[in-house]
Ligand binder design. Sequence first.
Ligand SMILES: [Zn+2]
Length: 79
Amino acid sequence: MAKHAVPKRKTPKYRVRSRFSTFVRGVQKDLKNRVHMDTCPDCGGPRLSHHACSTCGKYNGRQVIDMGKKIDKITKIKA
Ligand SMILES: [Zn+2]
């Protein structure tokens, strides 16, 4: 006889999937809250708050990044 707790029934697929989707939703919400994107007042593109715009290279109305050079854009957030 088992000395530890043993589940009486097999967990149905719908319950596993429901649990997983809830977990995924939580992670997505977490990531969304972690990175706050603002809109650039100069070009209207998305940019990180308190960071120079990666589209036009401006910060607070000043040109701070030379956009003639090639810079890798942030397209994906690694978690
Ligand atoms: Zn911009």
